[in-house]
Design a protein around this ligand. Structure first.
Ligand code: SF4
Ligand code: SF4
Ligand code: FES
Length: 249
């Protein structure tokens, strides 16, 4: 048992201007390790499998309990949260690569600001700030809270965008996570006031009609968010809003 090791192949890229390359790593196995704990140990080790000194691997992480959404990467070719990827569940050598649909920052860290731009596009918030106390919001039944809750579980990991065939530069598609947030805020009794604006933001280039219903998103989502249900519900609402606008403008 003492000789058991963990073998890894990690894609390195010091900055976006230089070509990526692979480095091999080896470290002793311990029980209950996950990909982040291995990356932490490699930072202390600072050498490759063949003993060559190397720099610590850059990656994003924060909560270490699949809540912050920052540690998404390709693990053995599949988009996954590194903090919840247990070493004992992975085939070795474990291949780590950055998400492929987002600009590289360094090594395993990518720039996922496109998701936050998309959330801004659809006003994925409830405007409650003001110069005076607005008081408590409307009461919601338990049934209504239960309907909204699954969509509030999104951790902005972007895994659904990584696997979506329609999320690319040609379509400019906003992706499933943004559409699910439109549903969340439109279901909310206070958020409903901005519902038409959110629906209109999903018309036109990059909007909801770009979705090809491939359903990759719902399969990969680490929070089991019913993304295809959200897309279908919001899709109907967008069509309804377009018809309403036709007769009122
Ligand atoms: S259903 Fe398919 S095309 Fe639509 S958002 Fe999900 S993965 Fe993308
Ligand atoms: S919908 Fe799921 S896969 Fe997409 S960003 Fe949110 S948590 Fe991640
Ligand atoms: S470190 Fe926060 S989700 Fe993995």
């Amino acid at each position: 048992m003492a000789d058991k090791t963990i073998q890894l192949k990690i894609k390195r890229q010091p900055n976006p201007e230089v070509a990526a390359y692979w480095e091999d790593f080896e470290l002793p196995w311990r029980p209950n390790m996950n990909v982040i704990s291995v990356l932490m140990e490699l930072a202390m080790l600072a050498k490759t499998k063949d003993g060559k000194p190397t720099t610590p691997i850059t990656y994003d992480s924060n909560c270490l309990e699949e809540v912050c959404g920052s540690c998404a990467m390709l693990i053995n070719g599949k988009a996954h949260m590194a903090c919840s990827a247990l070493i004992d569940d992975l085939e070795q050598p474990i291949k780590l690569e950055p998400l492929s649909k987002f600009p590289i920052v360094r090594d395993l860290a990518v720039d996922r600001k496109v998701l936050f731009e998309n959330l801004k596009r659809v006003k994925a918030w409830i405007p409650i700030d003001g110069t005076y106390d607005l008081g408590p919001g409307p009461r919601q039944s338990e049934a209504q809270q239960n309907e909204e809750y699954p969509y509030s579980r999104c951790i902005s990991c972007t895994c659904c965008m990584e696997v979506c065939p329609q999320f690319n530069e040609d379509t400019g598609f906003v992706g499933a996570a943004t559409i699910a947030q439109v549903l969340l805020f439109n279901l909310n009794p206070t958020g409903q006031m901005q519902a038409p604006e959110r629906l209109r933001a999903l018309m036109g280039d990059g909007g909801i009609h770009e979705c090809g219903y491939a359903q990759n998103c719902v399969e990969i989502c680490p929070k089991d968010i019913p993304l295809t249900k959200a897309i279908a519900t919001v899709g109907r609402a967008v069509v309804g809003q377009a018809v309403k606008d036709l007769f009122t403008t």
